[in-house]
Design a protein around this ligand. Structure first.
Ligand code: UDP
Length: 203
């Protein structure tokens, strides 16, 4: 898979189908895959945040979630072909999981929202297996509280539920920094930040 750089930030040259097939390969091979979906704003933030930049550089799949990135890529010979939005990719991953018996967990959004999102997703994808949900307002690294027991409990809850796919819906760049901090402790096969997607599915 080819990567190009925009303002020094790596972006994979993928379209929706190749991004999904990469995720599906990782699920089949049980290979850990951290998915990042930066837009222009995140690429700009990565100019000044070494932590964020390092996260993107070490992510296994970096999809261009912004038309600005597609346009910016046109200065190179073989530019990005299309925008792959996080929510569209999440929807395709959900469909894949539903068809292939893979389980999902949504962590993030306000209390009650991820549960409602899970309900609506279960209506849309009849065979989806929900491993669980949890809101994103516990004390922890993303709220500036290091080594919170509440955060440890959430990580333990996720790992005990053994989801194949973990969607982290805490908005960018909070979710990216949270995943960067905890990726080694999280047992899920696919870990992906999905911004405000839980709110969208909750309706
Ligand atoms: N969120 C969260 N924990 C936080 C902050 C935000 O779970 O500490 C959730 C919020 O409820 C919303 C999502 O993250 O569902 C996106 O938040 P926001 O609108 O701030 O980010 P953006 O959509 O602009 O990335």
């Amino acid at each position: 898979m080819k990567r190009l750089k925009i303002l020094g930030v790596p972006i994979d040259k993928v379209d929706m189908d190749s991004a999904l097939s990469r995720v599906a390969d990782c699920l089949r091979q049980k290979k850990k895959c951290v998915v990042c979906t930066p837009n222009s704003e995140i690429v700009m933030l990565a100019q000044t945040s070494g932590e964020l930049r390092n996260f993107i550089e070490t992510a296994d799949l970096v999809v261009p979630d912004g038309i600005g990135l597609v346009l910016a890529s046109r200065i190179v010979k073989k530019p990005l072909s299309e925008r792959v939005t996080g929510i569209d990719l999440m929807d395709r991953i959900l469909a894949y999981c539903s068809e292939n018996g893979k389980s999902v967990f949504i962590m993030g959004s306000k209390p009650g929202v991820a549960e409602k999102a899970a309900q609506n997703i279960s209506e849309k994808f009849k065979n989806i297996k929900f491993a669980g949900t949890h809101h994103g307002y516990f004390k922890g690294y993303h709220t500036g509280v290091e080594n919170s027991t509440e955060e440890d409990e959430v990580i333990e809850k996720i790992n005990a539920a053994k989801p194949d796919v973990l969607f982290v819906a805490m908005g960018a760049p909070k979710q990216e920094l949270w995943i960067a901090k905890h990726r080694d402790r999280l047992g899920s096969n696919i870990i992906m930040g999905v911004g405000g997607s839980a709110d969208v599915y909750a309706g």
